[in-house]
Design a protein around this ligand. Structure first.
Ligand code: MN
Ligand code: MN
Length: 304
């Protein structure tokens, strides 16, 4: 699955995409559990064993990964990043009867079906993490492009379902962090740049404050606080992912987002081999293929 001749950028891009899938598969086992319940059931949860409320087979993934792949496939086929391309991708994904489907996502896609409008109505209340969990294909598809291009691409894919300023700010911060990680920047610069900017605009994202987040909900603020504390306060891909999923809550999604960031930062070779071996093979292959194809084609035009 890992080719030795890959360039550092390819290793980081593939690491980020496989990180989404591995984190999703690892976290799905303990989604909606509290840390105490996880401890009782699994001790420290650290293997891709499936199960969870979705009764997954070992190594299988959920909407976080499959929505990313639907979006990435559509972007590659269209050769551009566009709101209607994204909306059609999600619509087709919903028709494929996914194993899980968030309420905000369902509402946004139904709105598109009804109206043809690829932008959900603004929603001040519902700042879910659904637009952040699936952002990897647009980050890779905008590689080498201006920041403003990436920002627009994030909004295009996000607003199909999540039209909310907090969700947008969180997703944009994460996109910038992954972009910096792919460029080989270190954690102190990531903290001083995108994280500091996010916290200045929206202080509720501040992390390393008591009480620390446990069982983070699907609210983007709790999700990203959990991801930040797990990524910035550990030193390996494996430790970061095990830390974040053992917090429980929306663990498949915190796992997917932390996996994306840590995979970009540490590179694919840092992902434990046992996790890559356990990951559902067609999903793993699709992540690798899309990651390589997207950075090859990048920067794609952003239209609409
Ligand atoms: Mn999920
Ligand atoms: Mn989830």
């Amino acid at each position: 699955m890992i080719a030795p001749h890959w360039k550092p950028l390819q290793k980081r891009a593939v690491g980020a995409y496989l990180g989404v899938a591995v984190g999703d598969a690892l976290g799905a086992t303990v989604e909606f559990m509290t840390p105490r319940e996880i401890q009782t059931a699994h001790g420290r949860h650290r293997e891709l064993i499936g199960g969870g409320w979705l009764r997954l087979k070992p190594g299988h993934v959920t909407d976080d990964t499959t929505m990313s792949l639907a979006l990435g496939g559509a972007i590659l086929e269209a050769g551009r990043i566009d709101p209607v391309v994204a909306a059609h991708a999600f619509d087709g994904w919903m028709r494929s009867k996914p194993v899980d489907l968030g309420n905000t996502v369902r509402r946004g896609i139904l709105h598109f079906r009804r109206t043809g409008e690829p932008v959900a109505p603004p929603d001040e209340q519902d700042a879910g993490n659904g637009s952040c969990m699936r952002v990897i294909p647009v980050i890779l598809g905008c590689h080498g492009g201006e920041d403003t291009l990436l920002e627009r691409a994030c909004l295009h894919q996000g607003r199909v379902t999540h039209h909310n300023p907090l969700a947008e700010a969180g997703t944009w911060c994460m996109a910038r962090l992954v972009r910096m990680a792919m460029a080989g920047e270190d954690k102190s610069r990531m903290l001083a740049g995108p994280v500091e900017a996010l916290v200045r605009a929206w202080p509720m994202f501040r992390f390393r404050v008591r009480p620390e987040i446990t069982h983070p909900s699907g609210f983007i603020v709790e999700t990203l606080r959990a991801v930040f504390q797990s990524f910035f306060d550990t030193d390996t891909f494996e430790e970061c992912l095990i830390t974040v999923v053992n917090l429980g809550g929306d663990a498949d999604t915190t796992g997917a987002i932390a996996g994306m960031l840590a995979g970009a930062y540490y590179g694919v070779e840092a992902i434990p081999r046992r996790w890559l071996r356990a990951l559902h093979p067609p999903v793993a292959a699709a992540c690798v293929d899309q990651a390589l194809a997207l950075i090859e084609a990048a920067p794609l035009p952003v239209t609409g």
